[in-house]
Design a protein around this ligand. Structure first.
Ligand SMILES: [Zn+2]
Ligand SMILES: [Zn+2]
Ligand SMILES: [Zn+2]
Ligand SMILES: [Zn+2]
Length: 398
């Protein structure tokens, strides 16, 4: 096709969909330093609508590619990160998985007590999926996020004592910037130190990531070059190697979801056999009329209006709209920088996990009257880890 060979028409695609399509299939390895991530994470409002900007970073991420014997580990750079969280329903505590990118391979995964408990208590549920009676093993994603809302400087409170946590060096309480509650906010009434705008990080689940992926498609109808909304149309998709047209929108009989499936994942070119993502060729009516090159806007190019809505036994993310594509402006721009997500979400240590999940890591004889630990689930061998003994039963108390 003519348009495919014309370099000037080749434009950057919205790689957010392509990169997320990959990451949703593959695990990653990461780790944490400093305070637990939930201490200062962004919490999306359930009563008001927040105005936020997702901020892309360059985070190296491990991913597994290939199938069967040929699976290999490779590193990619992503604008956000992926991690696995365990939540222990018995202890009512969570921790970040330390099993690494090979977490689904029993001989290859790195030690993780969360995974040990998971696999020792996992059974197939009625839909044939593995499920633990005690602990979850949930893939999550974390983004750097800037919230344009008001924040208050609040003392950190110790959960056990209910008293402010004191920094031993300064003898003053540790503080956090905490989101203003809006209508009726106590901190507002008390005249606590405030600011507008806060750079933070946002962990989301895979359902919420799907909402962002779907939103990215609609945001992509806006043009970054001329900032017009809903002006961008797809002309077709080409091979990045030879420029041959793979999908011509004027003649293709493919349905929308079939096109997404083809373009969100690497494909083999029928012309040159190159394997890779297809690249989109787009048309913006305004830019075409002004001799400019159109660029599809992406998820990171707009301000988003977001809200969490209680639904069933979870919270569903609602995107209530977005701005024209534009760079973040002053006075906010100076604070808008990606945060170190890799440190924030570093895998928890085995010691920390042992604490959270009530595991006695000291080799000890079972107390009289208590049976020795039950043998592990058939076919599953835990990886090498310090000798330990679970001090709590595996099933959740009634
Ligand atoms: Zn784990
Ligand atoms: Zn307030
Ligand atoms: Zn090709
Ligand atoms: Zn345009």
């Amino acid at each position: 096709m003519a348009f495919g060979k014309d370099e000037s028409l080749r434009r950057h695609v919205d790689s957010f969909r392509q990169s997320t399509a990959q990451s949703m299939r593959t695990p990653r390895r990461t780790g944490r330093k400093g305070p637990p991530f939930f201490v200062d994470m962004y919490k999306c409002s359930t009563t008001e609508t927040d105005l936020i900007r997702l901020v892309p970073g360059d985070y190296p991420q491990d991913q597994l590619v290939g199938e069967g014997e040929n699976i290999v580990l490779e590193q990619v750079i992503r604008p956000y990160i992926k991690f696995v969280e365990h939540y222990d329903g018995f202890m009512e505590k969570g921790a970040i998985c330390s099993a690494g990118p090979w977490s689904s391979f029993k001989e290859k995964r790195t030690p993780c007590y969360g995974c040990d408990i998971y696999w020792e208590t996992a059974q197939r549920n009625s839909e044939g999926r593995w499920e633990s009676t005690r602990i979850s093993r949930q893939t999550k994603y974390a983004f750097s996020v800037y919230d344009y809302g008001a924040y208050h400087k609040m003392d950190q409170i110790d959960r056990e004592s209910g008293q402010p946590k004191i920094n031993p060096k300064t003898q003053k309480p540790y503080t956090n910037w905490v989101k203003c509650l809006g209508q009726g906010c106590d901190a507002c009434r008390a005249g606590v130190e405030s600011k507008v705008g806060n750079m933070s990080h946002w962990p989301i689940n895979s359902t919420q990531l799907e909402v962002l992926r779907s939103t990215a498609l609609d945001i992509g109808k806006s043009c970054q070059t001329c900032r017009s909304m809903d002006n961008v149309q797809s002309v077709g998709w080409i091979c990045t190697q030879c420029g041959e047209c793979a999908i011509d929108m004027t003649t293709t009989e493919l349905k929308r979801d079939e096109i997404l499936k083809l373009t969100d994942n690497p494909v083999q070119c029928g012309h040159c056999s190159h394997i890779g993502f297809l690249e989109e060729v787009i048309h913006c009516a305004f830019c075409a009329g002004h001799g400019q090159s159109a660029v599809r806007a992406g998820l990171f190019d707009v301000d988003l209006k977001v809200k969490l809505v209680e639904a069933g036994n979870g919270k569903s993310l609602q995107i209530q709209g977005w701005s024209q594509p534009h760079p973040v402006e002053e006075p906010f721009a100076k604070d808008v920088k990606p945060v170190d997500l890799l440190s924030r979400y570093y895998p928890d240590t085995l010691e920390f996990q042992a604490q959270r999940f009530g595991i006695n890591t000291q080799p000890a004889a079972a107390p009289a009257g208590q049976p020795q630990r039950a043998p592990q689930t058939a076919g599953y061998t835990a990886p090498a880890a310090p000798a330990r003994q679970y001090t709590v039963p595996y099933s959740k108390p009634q």
